[in-house]
Write a protein that binds this ligand. Structure first.
Ligand SMILES: [Zn+2]
Length: 244
């Protein structure tokens, strides 16, 4: 019912408007042109004034000390390495997709369900079975297995150390196309020569990470310090306003 009324009212209003427009258009087309020109000029002035006020407005500038993507991803790899219980080598890996989203993180450790204290962590025992090597899962493997996306095809892996041949095989099979590593101290060992060979054959890009800064410090108390600094700034601002 309401809808019908509105429709009827709409027709009436429309007819009245049409008649009025026809009536005035007969009086002077020149006046219409002048009016239109005047109104478009007003609109143009309004837009121009708005855009000027927009360009004149001064926003606070963004901070410039933020960390770049590569530093961020390598830092995530290094941070996750801190979870490792390996007494001699802590390695972390971080897999990133082409949209700069982290899709997998891992560090070296014993397989799921194997108690850390029931397996050896040493590397020099005479018996191979008493060394860590047969048991430890490398960071690269864990990062791939921990992926939170359907796959890691076309992704980049940031890893603290140049991958061994076993990890190189996993990286290739998973479809990862780029490897960014920090340390290549083991590169002359046969298993690392083999991994380089595999990467070259499959076209996986391998490059050493060049940090833009040497240290990224995480200080949990920073956030409170920042809040307090903001509060002090606000209070100081108010005091200054009171004075003026
Ligand atoms: Zn490995």
């Amino acid at each position: 019912m309401d809808l019908g009324n509105r429709r009827v009212n709409g027709h009436i209003t429309s007819d009245v408007l049409e008649t009025t427009v026809n009536k005035f258009s007969k009086l002077s087309t020149e006046t219409d042109v002048e009016c239109k020109t005047a109104s478009s000029s007003v609109a143009s002035n309004k837009i121009s004034s708005e855009s000027t006020s927009r360009t004149r407005k001064q926003y606070p500038r963004k901070r410039t000390e933020y960390i770049e993507w590569p530093d961020y991803f390598m830092a995530v790899a290094f941070l996750s390495a801190q979870r490792s219980k390996d007494p001699s080598t802590q390695v972390g890996a971080c897999i990133v997709n082409p949209d700069n989203k982290i899709v997998g993180i891992g560090y070296n450790g014993m397989p799921n369900g194997c108690p850390d204290d029931d397996l050896p962590w040493g590397k020099d025992s005479e018996d191979w079975l008493d060394r860590k090597y047969p048991y430890v899962c490398h960071a690269e493997m864990n990062a791939i297995m921990n992926k939170n996306s359907a796959d890691v095809k076309g992704c980049t892996m940031y890893v603290a150390m140049f991958p061994c041949n076993e990890c190189a095989k996993l990286i290739i099979q998973a479809g990862i196309r780029d490897v960014v590593y920090y340390s290549d101290k083991n590169r002359c060992k046969p298993e690392y020569v083999a991994s380089q060979r595999l990467f070259t054959m499959t076209g996986v890009t391998v490059r050493q990470y060049k940090p833009s800064r040497n240290r990224i410090v995480i200080d949990f108390s920073d956030i409170d310090a920042q809040c307090m600094a903001a509060v002090h700034q606000e209070v100081d601002g108010r005091d200054n306003n009171d004075v003026s």
